[in-house]
Design a protein around this ligand. Sequence first.
Ligand code: R2B
Ligand code: URA
Length: 283
Amino acid sequence: MDQDILYHLALGSGSHDLVEMFGDVKFVCMGGTPKRMEQFAYYIMEEIGHKLPAGTMLQDISQFSYRYSMYKVGPVLSVSHGMGIPSVGILLHEMIKLMYHARVKDPIFFRIGTSGGIGLEGGTVVISEEAVDGLLRPYFELPVLGKLVQRRALLDKKLVRELKALHYPDDPYETLSGKSLCTTDFYEGQGRLDGAFCDYTEADKMAFLEKVHRAGVLNMEMESLAFAALTYHAGIRSAVICVTIVDRLKGDQIHSPKEVLDEWQQRPQVLVSRYIKKYLQTK
Ligand code: R2B
Ligand code: URA
């Protein structure tokens, strides 16, 4: 292509100097909401001691896409991915191309998010070892040209170990690693009883949760499958770190107060920040 329009990011290889803008990126951090990723950008700025040029403020680089938000803090990009596989999938295509156009070598991609835990106290941090779909299959399946294409949803094992080692003994919560079950729906897809429809019993729900738990699933969320599969396909090291905001063995509704949820959601950010700081110190 003589130029590549990254439509959902409001960027393009013809309209922007992508090497100049993004050539120094090392970490691409993604999470669901624009607000959380703006907060993460300010947090990581403080943590790595990054100074903005005098008189400037953090800007949402993708503001005019009205789809995703993106903030750049030195070597860190903080980008919102929305909810679900289609949304994160579109973003990943464009972020992978953005890294290519910017000639970034060996970036690391992180997803920092929320999830429903299975038998875990709310506020537990789960690092995904691999992602499985709603049928417990370890690949991302996508119809392409009328045929189903399957891609393994593998995550970087070394990164899992390195992140786990950055949990401090005095952190007032657990940091575990295991499988994440990725669904295409929050309600029926995750066996909830509180959707607009529920055509199964509580016993059916519990049997499903216990079955997936026995298979090594620690949490459920809605992006890890595409995130793992597309980064793996691109040869990009990546990790998924989610905090649990409900114990699905005890209920379905998210009723923790906002302040508690806000504090919990910082926990994956803290872990990723420790990783980034350690990387920058040893570079
Ligand atoms: C976690 O939280 C969202 C649903 O509430 C979804 O994006 C996910 O993976
Ligand atoms: N995100 C999910 O996908 N499921 C939950 O239960 C909580 C957050």
